[in-house]
Ligand binder design. Structure first.
Ligand code: ADP
Length: 609
């Protein structure tokens, strides 16, 4: 299993919270409940005019029966009073509904901001090595798409729920107050709806988690797929390329069917049963029967005909928003998983290193249980010395570089800088003291100036230019359309080697006493490579330098050479000493002699250490 696999599995490591939405929205639960109650009261008030119409109809019909002029005047007064009550209720209801919406939207603004800040803080503490392309797919989905889904929930779900519950409650109470027998009959379709809908929900519940996991897999596969397109096109292996994307989609189809199959048919039936026209039909049939039996006057059927179909509308709206709630549950699970991403261990108190000596003591590292990558590493980087690390591909050189930069922590042992365990140092302090130029150059979408000054945003233009000169990239930057203001990826389209020199300028500006270089010339063409080597040798002067070298000519003059194989150091010493020992390094050198001093060490050492 790779880190990518590990990253994919991370969200499922922590057991899902009982109610992930409640957990995430805890800081605004009071505001959301208040908004829900206001919306419920508002919707109750806006329904008063319907009862008013039925009441006015009854008054008018009673009056039409004939009677004294005084009685007619009284009826008219009652009708006007009812009209006034209806209008006041309508406006008061609308005001409450607006207040509820405003409250919910403000709460939504707060929580969206709060979650984004919390996620950013968390990501600032996770090991740098966690940020694989798969992880970036997850981060993008959680921080962008899922938080947007939660926005729909917080801004609209609770007020809509309040409105529908309020409307249903007041309607049911009103109908029972009018005639409980008729009200009971009107309720039958709704009772049936709940039974069918509840059973369907229960059946799909079991598939919810695999549905959510499937969505995350697709998101990751899309990122991988898009990242891989150039390579795939170049090598004409398009069939294989989208293999993992297709596998994710095929698996998702099963998850999706498992989740939706129990829902589709049942929900359609349930919806038909409570459609307003179906409820109106029930009211009219039951009303005709009641009138025929003499249990009710025809005008008393009117409240049921007016109000009961409205319950349907609320019920259907409830079903609709419940569907949204299920999407939001998936989103909340992913945001929760992101907020629980394992972070680097933090000390109770940071310690400040004294000096720039690095000691690697009994260090082991495993990316996962099956794959012990480094074991029993011991060496010292003395201040002002150059240490070269050589070894075949897969020997663990880059992993060692990542540990020195605390992309991960060792599984066993420790690495100290100036006598302080890296785990006890503030990361800002660490990166001020250990600069790095790695194989994979990461430039951000910002101006060239900002990219160089990333570690020292307060640096002056002169300092930035000096760093760029030292990294042999100043002239190239001046040739860009907007010089230092050109934006990477927009008007600053730099080659791999040029990007590498920008990253060297970034390290130069930080002026760290220790420098870790991992195959820094890997992305360069011949011209660039000379420029990079010049820049690095100028920069390395007087610093503690550890270079992961793949060319023997760059290691000859090192103060110490570590020869790595299968995650261990099998030899170490100066060039002359190692040659005299006639071991692995000497063999390597002999082979390099056959093919020139620029031999590639990565393919040479195939035998065990
Ligand atoms: P080198 O730099 O010497 O080529 P690496 O440090 O890159 O070696 O890799 C050492 C071993 O660790 C290899 O077997 C490689 O497959 C494994 N490895 C490297 N990176 C990861 C990762 N992110 N997740 C899991 N295994 C990894």
């Amino acid at each position: 299993m790779s880190t990518n696999d590990a990253a994919q599995k991370q969200p499922s490591k922590s057991p899902p919270a009982a109610d992930p939405i409640a957990l995430l929205l805890a800081p605004i639960s009071g505001r959301l409940k208040t908004a829900g109650v206001l919306a419920a009261l508002g919707s109750m008030l806006t329904l008063v005019p319907l009862a008013g119409i039925a009441h006015i109809a009854r008054l008018a019909l009673d009056d039409a029966g004939g009677g004294a002029a005084s009685a007619a005047a009284l009826t008219q007064a009652q009708i006007w009073a009812t009209v006034v009550v209806c209008i006041v209720s309508l406006f008061a209801g609308m005001a409450l509904l607006s207040a509820a919406e405003i409250l919910a939207h403000k709460a939504d603004n707060f929580i969206t901001h709060h979650l984004r800040v919390a996620a950013t803080r968390r990501l600032a503490q996770v090991p740098l090595g966690w940020f694989t392309s798969r992880a970036s797919g997850e981060v993008k989905q959680a921080m962008q798409d899922d938080i947007n889904t939660l926005h729909d929930l917080t801004a609209h779900f609770y007020t809509t729920k309040g409105r529908t519950i309020g409307a249903m409650l007041i309607s049911v109470l009103y109908l029972f107050a009018m005639d409980w027998r008729m009200a009971l009959i009107c309720m039958l379709p709704f009772a049936l709806f709940f039974v069918i809908f509840g059973r369907a929900m229960k059946a799909s519940e079991a598939s919810m988690h695999s549905f959510v996991a499937g969505q995350a897999r697709i998101s990751n596969a899309v990122v991988e797929f898009i990242n891989g397109i150039p390579v795939v096109k170049a090598f004409g292996a398009s069939g294989k390329a989208h293999g993992s994307y297709r596998a994710a989609i095929d698996a998702f189809i099963q998850d999706f069917l498992g989740f939706t199959r129990p829902l589709i048919g049942s929900v359609a039936n349930a919806n038909a049963i409570v459609a307003p026209v179906a409820v109106l039909g029930v009211v009219l049939v039951a009303g005709t029967w009641f009138v025929h039996m003499g249990w009710m006057a025809p005008v008393d059927v009117l409240p049921f005909a007016l109000v009961a179909p409205g319950i349907s509308a609320s019920m259907l709206l409830m079903g609709f928003i419940t569907h949204g709630l299920r999407n939001a549950t998936g989103a909340a699970l992913r945001v929760q998983a992101l907020l629980e991403t394992p972070v680097l261990e933090q000390p109770a108190q940071y310690r400040t290193p004294q000096g720039a000596e690095i000691r690697v003591q009994d260090v082991d590292y495993a990316y996962n249980a099956q794959n012990q990558v480094l074991s029993g590493l011991n060496f010292v980087l003395r201040p002002g010395t150059v240490t070269a690390v050589v070894g075949s591909s897969g020997a663990g050189k880059s992993t060692l570089a990542r540990l020195m930069l605390r992309f991960f922590d060792p599984s066993q042992g420790r690495i100290t800088l100036g006598g302080v365990d890296l785990r006890d140092m503030d990361s800002t302090e660490l990166y001020r003291r250990i600069g790095f130029v790695l194989q994979e150059v990461r430039l951000i979408h910002a101006s060239v100036r900002e990219n160089i000054a990333l570690g020292r945003p307060g640096a002056s233009q002169q300092e930035i230019e000096e760093a760029a000169r030292a990294a042999s990239i100043h002239e190239r930057i001046l040739a860009l359309p907007r010089g230092y203001d050109s934006v990477i990826g927009e008007d600053a389209l730099l080659s791999g080697g040029e990007q590498q020199r920008v990253s060297i300028a970034r390290a130069v500006l930080l002026d760290p006493p220790v420098l870790v270089l991992d195959e820094a010339t890997a992305a360069a063409d011949a011209d660039n490579e000379v420029a990079i080597q010049d820049a690095l040798s100028r920069f390395a002067q007087g610093r503690t330098l550890m270079v992961i070298a793949h060319r023997l000519d760059t290691v000859m003059h090192a103060d110490n050479i570590l020869v790595m194989e299968n995650g261990s150091i099998c030899e170490q010493g100066r060039h002359g000493e190692l040659l005299a020992r006639n071991g692995r390094y000497a063999r390597l050198w002999a082979m390099a002699g056959l093919s020139g001093s620029q031999a590639d060490t990565r393919s040479e050492m195939e035998q065990p250490c």
